[in-house]
Design a protein around this ligand. Sequence first.
Ligand SMILES: [Zn+2]
Length: 908
Amino acid sequence: MRKSIDLSVALGAVLMLGLAPAAPIHAAAPFSFATVPGRLPKHILPVDYTIAITPDAAARTIDGTESVTLYFKEPSATVVFNSLNQKLSSVLFDGKPVERVVSSDDQQLTTVTLGAPARVGRHTLAFTYRGKIETIPQGLFAQPYVRPDGAQGLLLSTQFESTDARRMFPCWDEPAFRAHFSLSVTIPSAWKAVSNMPAARRIVGTHMDTVEFARSPSMPAYLVHLTAGDLASISATSGKTQLSVWAVRGQEGYGAVALANAQQILADYNEYFAIPYPLDKLDSVAVPGGFTGAMEDWGAISYNDQTLLVTPSSTADDLQNVFSIQAHEMAHQWHGDLVTMGWWDDIWLNESFASWRGAAETDLRHPNWHWWEVQDESKEGAMRADARVSSHPIEQQVTDELQAVNVFDPEITYDKGQAVLRMLEAYLGPDAFREGVRRLLKAHAYSNANSADLWNALSVASNRDVGAIAASWTEQPGFPVVTVAAQCAADGSRTLSLSQRRFLLQGQDASSAHWIIPLQVRISARGTAQPLLLERDGQTLAAGHCNEPLSVNAGAVGYFRVQYEDTVLPVITRQFSELPSGDRIALLDDQWALVQSGAKPLASYFGLVAAVGDDLNERAWTQIADALGTIEFDERGSAGHAMFAAYARAALRPVFDKLGWQPKAGETPGAQRLRRTVIGDLGAWGDQDVLAEARRRFAAFVKDRNSIAPDDQSVILSIVARDADAATFAQLHTVAKSARNETELRRYYTALMQVRDPQLAATAVKIAFSPEIPPQAESLRLWLVFALSETHQQLAWKAYVDHLDALLAPHQPNGPLYIAQYSPQMFWRSVPLDQLESWVKSRLPEEMTADLARGMETARFKLAERTLLNRAADQYVAALNPGNSARGASPGTGPTADFIRSIQGGHK
Ligand SMILES: [Zn+2]
């Protein structure tokens, strides 16, 4: 599964929360079936399932027959397995009726009692059952959609991770219980069906056909897949593997880009992992709506169609998302599917690994996307979340499997994990790292593994004690800031003194946390980076000459911050433009975070901005634009706003003047994205030239929908929508209603939510909840409310509270996580925080107290940050330009729009 959620800032109430004691750091034991956590007894193993289902989509029911070959390791008179919303009948054990069958939906368990204990060895349990088709993406669910011709369609698809296979068929629904699955499904004759394995045969009936799929290799139940409906596909091969992209009929042609991507990625992974993809086929299934993101079911990956299909309305960003999400899901085919984590504690291993490998593959195949620089943004998101006192370790104990869904904390589970793996790879070297990965997969194929298994494999491959280094990053929360001070000898030679402490955006660390930190040290602007382990405080290092710039996080590869003291920072600032782009990005990120935490003055950051140089690196300038946007947003409504907006415009205007409106031949996607970022911000901050040109372009767009390229539509429509009067708003609404597909629909309706006029905003809310949004785009409504909250806090809060269940339904089972994280993130300005906290608390299960604390820490930090930044910015700008009076600036898109863009990627 993949979530790309990037909560924008975190921080907060240290004293109120109390401080966690230092976590014991120890390398866990390797995977063992006997000791892996779980609820089901371990003395009975499922070996082979034969399952036949007949779903009735209209009645929302499933009729099934199931036969499971079991292996008893000990004699037993009871058989316990998972079930939910099923009624079992005709239950036979080795062909004979059983004594008793008790199913508990509360427990999600069925217990079968036998007349006498069954002996050690193989047995067969068989039954028929009546189950339920779900209306939300948990289990087998029905997904309505509107076809391009306007007709209603319906398909069935599955989403099982973490604990929802049991909703389609009774089973041993824990990741360590691997078995073979032989699935068949009876469907209307006009339908097609896709599962993990190819169809072995299709038995044609009068109105209904039965599709029998081949027997799967040994795998966990949560990876079983079924999609059925009026589907069509396109196919190709990669080596011996048949690749197909499936979509609702008529849309399959838009899978051409994904199909070509899959060919390339599969070939690369066969080589990288040194184990050929083990199934005969790999399907990519585009589901219209249902869930946001993608799921790595073995041999049949399902995607929300917005993350797989490329239409003429798609943007360059969409193309990048498609490739990178495919690369993530396909990495899971090895790491997740061939080798599965033993228990949900180690879900990070699946997700971080897939994210790291997916990013590396994207970087390999698209070097001009500068993908690791793009990933710096999600790493920063992880570091903001992880700089809270209430943050949690990558490895989290999961005692209740039904809470497993809540450990998919995207910033930590996906993004921090990815960054930590990348840092380790850089330290060990790519060859040793790959060798370790190959060893792990080979040793645990068709089985399970945990973190200790990975560290052991990497240790053997690299001849280093990787577990000792890794434990400090995965078993305790947070990350360090490395302080770098210099001493100069009489001959000008420099000695660095290095120390560390936990980095927090707010509050004090009482845990005495300590990390073993893999630094990448570059002495002088053109030097080669050298790995160095920082293990103890006060470690010293001979580091060239005192007038040379340097970096101890060269290439921004590390997951830590660096605080260069006054004996070093001025030298770096003077020669900042000469540093490689990664080094500059790391320093901008760190200095900004130090400013946010109150450790360094705003002037130290703006000093770097002024010295950043002329090459318009996208990530560096996006970082700067985001920082300016954060201050501008915080300044809204304050006396200093106009002055700061003028400063921000002046800072970005030279970048815009170089980039202009028109893309140039040979530009990277990054340069084009930077152009849109700068235009969007200048528009939001009231640059009159940009506003006038955006309006001119929109007027042309109303007459000719091809006059603005898909890439530029969001930014131009948002600028126009912000200051729209009733007539312009009506024009925008007409554009939205004429969207030719869901990609355009999402773009145009999101733009409508930017409107500043309160009466028009009230109309926008009504539109957001109207039937104009088709069922496959149901998940959009939540993002529309969040988009509205940027300018209309009270209106958006009321809409959110009044429609909470409907807004979250398409995002289940992540609803509780969303409530805990997003309510404080989006509505910290809407209601007093104590009221907000009680509201959130009343909607969460007790187990999520820590999630509530994290969310509220973010809200408290946002309030404190606003005070800190406003004061700092007012002083800074006044000192620069006494007596300056800025022309009127208007509120803009700011961080909320960035946030929404970042979370719409959904779950992978
Ligand atoms: Zn994933």
